[in-house]
Design a protein around this ligand. Structure first.
Ligand SMILES: [Zn+2]
Length: 343
């Protein structure tokens, strides 16, 4: 089967590769229909590693996928051939201590698509556990289904924040994950999201959503806008979704007393945090690693229409042009949020 294989840094190609083709007990075979290119896919493509995860052998890229059930294995009762689905890309060891605590995203043995040495989903057919495969409602397209994965990250961030209706959130970074966090926060009831970035094109897209206030921090100080929007009190929640070390100094200044900072973005290395600035507000600090138990809610939210990801699909390529799609996404054009590949 031809798949989108990363051979080495910046060299990927569509080529035949051996992958499982039979759905075993408790598994389904899925005909892939749409895959989003994630920042992590691009990072492996451009740099060959993320932190300790190095691409040492050829690896199929892609982990944000949706498709259609092509076969079901023994004992699968929740899905049937023809069902439209999206998939959770991390397969934990369900008997692990972390999994039994419900923290299966933190299971050290988790096998996550397109994280070396595990193959991803940019392949016409894939075999996956049925219990990590979720039906898409009729009104949710495959391309929206491929957004469930990044949106689930936003859902995890918002659930960590314990948002209350009417609160004000700040989201640092207007990339895909920042947008996912902002949309999930609005759905959770915040009255407004103040969203910062330095790329005007991305902020323009963000500002197209009701109740997102874009702030270009190369022209205006975030703290000034946050004060103006909160009568000087500060935001209830600050989501760090840029992963930029520059976002960390001053982060707690944006927060109201007793507020919460949620760290979503992954900085390239250690960053400095102003502990005293956090202490004098008794700030709560939360962190996010992927998500757990959130796919059903995320899909339901998309189906409800309360979250619209369609404006974020910047460009779509056919599977046959997957290499071109990666080269396009790797340019990092400021007006591009999400590049997707369809089959
Ligand atoms: Zn991703």
């Amino acid at each position: 089967m031809k798949a989108m294989v990363l051979e080495e840094i910046r060299r990927a190609q569509l080529r035949d590769i051996d992958v499982p083709t039979e759905a075993g007990p408790g598994e389904v075979k899925i005909a892939m229909k749409a895959v989003g290119i994630c920042g992590s896919d691009l990072h492996f493509y451009l740099h060959g590693h993320i932190g300790p995860f190095w691409v040492k052998e050829p690896m199929i890229l892609g982990h944000e996928g949706a498709g259609q059930i092509a076969a079901v294995g023994e004992g699968v009762t929740n899905l049937k051939v023809g069902d439209r689905v999206c998939m959770e890309p991390g397969i934990p060891d369900w008997t692990s201590r972390a999994s039994q605590l419900g923290l299966y995203n933190l299971d050290p043995a988790v096998r996550f698509w397109a994280t070396p040495p595990v193959h991803g989903c940019l392949v016409p057919e894939i075999v996956h556990p049925a219990n990590l495969t979720f039906k898409l409602p009729d009104g949710v397209s495959f391309q929206e289904g491929a957004f469930v994965e990044p949106l689930a990250v936003g859902m995890q961030a918002v659930s960590k924040a314990h948002i209350l209706p009417g609160q004000v959130a700040v989201v640092l970074g207007a990339g895909t994950i920042g947008m996912m966090v902002a949309l999930a926060a609005l759905a959770a009831g915040v009255s407004k999201v103040i969203m910062t970035d330095v790329q005007q094109e991305k902020l323009k897209i963000a500002g197209g959503y009701e109740n997102i206030i874009p702030v270009n921090v190369s022209e205006e100080k975030a703290i000034d806008r946050v004060k103006a929007e909160t009568a000087g009190w500060g935001a209830n929640v600050v989501f760090e979704a840029s992963g930029s070390p520059r976002a960390f100094p001053g982060m707690f200044d944006l927060l109201c007393p007793g507020g919460c900072v949620v760290l979503v973005g992954m900085p390239p290395g250690a960053v400095e945090i102003d502990v005293v600035a956090a202490q004098i507000k008794e700030a709560r600090i939360e962190t996010v690693f992927r998500y757990a138990n959130l796919y059903p809610n995320t899909i339901a939210l998309l189906a409800s229409g309360k979250v619209d990801v369609k404006p974020l699909i910047s460009r779509t390529f056919p599977f046959e042009q997957s290499v071109e799609a990666f080269e396009f996404a790797a340019q990092g054009s400021p007006e591009v949020v999400k590049t997707q590949i369809v089959f």
